[in-house]
Design a protein around this ligand. Sequence first.
Ligand code: NAD
Length: 257
Amino acid sequence: MSLKGKTAVITGSNSGIGLGVARELARAGANVVLNSFTDTDADHALAAELGKEFGVTARYIKADMSSGAECRALIEQAGACDILVNNAGIQHVSPIDEFPTEKWDAIIAINLSSSFHTTAAALPMMRKAGWGRIVNIASAHGLTASPFKSAYIAAKHGVVGLSKTTALETAEEPITCNAICPGYVLTPLVDAQIPDTMREYKMTREEVVRNVLLARQPSKEFVTVEQVGGTTVFLCSDAAAQITGTTISVDGGWTAL
Ligand code: NAD
């Protein structure tokens, strides 16, 4: 599978799943654009190292995915966008009646609305190039719910709906749009919610991992970022040219329960 000559833009890709996806796309030969809301030497060095490791062009472009204008500017600055991976995301864990409104707004903006803005900006480029792949990183929480994650779950269900609509609007074109729904992947985002969950459930860290995070993941193993990246590369392959408007669960059996 070679994605040589394709340019991939991965939002929220200076850590976790986004970085893992960027690495697998680069391994497959794609030039990559990394992104986050920071603009540090480390961000640019990360892109430089990735480019060197895989022999591709890798750039880092700062853009805050909570701003629609910056989402669109990211795609414009990339100059080309054959593969768009909407991955940026944040989490907040709280009962609905205590959920801070600003957290709700930020999660909906970053986890859902950003994908609308980047997709709107990327589609004309994909049409011009005559090929495009949009991969939205949703979640098992795009298909099922859990308590205390109202904004995240509403946003991820929204991402699944947006993916279906994008697929229908591009169905007769050589462009596909799908959502990957990972179960728990041990990344900084998951690590950061363990203390809140420990407080909510009055549990130790080990109890939270086994009995809460992986309670619904029958494999009892975390998904790896490489597995999400590999699934993304598959969705960019010719074998997946007729796969559009669907969800692919990478969740150790979670949604089979
Ligand atoms: P992470 O915290 O490691 O990475 C999130 C990325 O988004 C980081 O690069 C961060 O810098 C970036 N980001 C955050 N706010 C941003 C903003 N305003 N603008 C631009 N970038 C921003 O988390 P992760 O676990 O790698 O999550 C990545 C995606 O995968 C998220 O959409 C998340 O919902 C989804 N996901 C994660 C898991 C999991 O178990 N980790 C499971 C299913 C889905």
